[in-house]
Write a protein that binds this ligand. Structure first.
Ligand code: ITT
Length: 209
C-alpha cells in the first residue's frame, strides 16, 4: 500500500482526494468545482501507479475499473472519472472510446476532426449529442458509490473556440449557439456532465462526514 508520497503532498487540514486519472484537464475542472477546501491530486503526481486498462464497454464499468484498481494500491478514497461524448447519428459513438477514437496515442484535434468528418452533411436536427460522465468512488479495491451526469447538445459543423479540452470546441449545449470551446468555464461548469455527477459526489461526501 502506497501512502507516504501521497500524504506528504497534503497540506495540513485540507482533505485530499485522489483522482485516478492522467488527464490533467479533468483534474483542473474537478479542483475548480470542489473549490479550495479540498486538494485534488491525480495519478500524474504519484510514482509507480499501475496503468489501468479500460476494458469495459460502459462508462460505469471503466470508471469502477479505474477507481478500484488504484484504490488497491493507495490508501483512502479514490475517485475516478470515465466520460465521453455520444453522437446519436453515429450510433452513440465515440462513447467509451472518446479518448482513443482515432487510434492509440491520438490527439483531441484528430478525434474532433474524425467526428466532424463522419458527420459531414448530416442536418442540424440529426446532430444531437451528449456528454456523459460517470464518477466512481472506491476504497480498498471496492466501489462505494457511482454517480452519473449528462449534458445534452448539438454537434457543431466546425471547430469553434479554444477553451476547454477534448470535444468542447464541437459541442453546443442545448440553449446555446456557441460551443463549450467558446463559452466560459463558468458556463460550462454550471451545466456540464462532470459538474452534475460531481454535485452528487459532494452530497455523498458531505453525508459521510
Ligand atoms: P483517464 O482515463 O486517465 O481519466 P482519459 O482522457 O483517457 O483519462 P476517458 O477514457 O474517460 O479519460 O476519456 C474521456 C475523453 O472524453 C476525453 O479524453 C475527451 O476526449 C472526452 N471528454 C470527456 N469529458 C470532456 C469534456 O468535459 N469536454 C470535452 N471532452 C471531454
Amino acid at each position: 500500500m502506497q501512502s507516504e508520497k501521497f500524504l506528504s503532498a497534503k497540506p495540513h487540514d485540507v482533505p485530499t482526494i485522489l483522482l485516478a486519472t492522467r488527464n490533467r484537464h479533468k483534474t483542473r475542472e474537478i479542483q475548480t468545482m470542489l473549490g479550495d477546501g479540498v486538494l485534488v491530486i491525480d495519478a500524474t503526481q504519484i510514482d509507480h501507479l499501475p496503468e489501468i486498462e479500460e476494458t469495459g464497454v460502459t462508462f460505469e464499468e471503466n470508471s469502477k475499473l479505474k477507481a478500484e484498481g488504484i484504490s488497491r494500491v493507495m490508501e483512502g478514497i479514490v475517485l475516478a472519472d470515465d466520460s465521453g461524448i455520444e453522437v446519436d447519428a453515429l450510433g452513440r459513438e465515440p462513447g467509451v472510446y472518446s479518448a482513443r477514437y482515432s487510434g492509440p496515442g491520438c490527439t483531441d484535434e484528430q478525434n474532433t476532426a474524425l467526428v466532424l468528418e463522419k458527420m459531414a452533411g448530416v442536418p442540424q436536427e440529426q446532430r444531437t449529442a451528449r456528454f456523459r460522465c460517470v464518477l466512481a468512488v472506491a476504497e480498498g479495491g471496492k466501489t462505494l458509490a457511482v454517480f452519473d451526469g449528462t449534458v445534452e447538445g448539438i454537434l457543431a459543423t466546425e471547430v469553434k473556440g479554444d477553451g476547454g479540452f477534448g470535444y468542447d470546441p464541437i459541442f453546443m449545449p442545448l440553449g446555446y449557439d456557441h460551443t463549450f470551446g467558446e463559452l466560459s468555464s463558468e458556463i460550462k461548469h454550471s451545466m456540464s456532465h462532470r459538474s452534475r455527477a460531481l454535485a452528487q459526489f459532494k452530497q455523498w461526501w458531505a453525508l459521510r462526514g
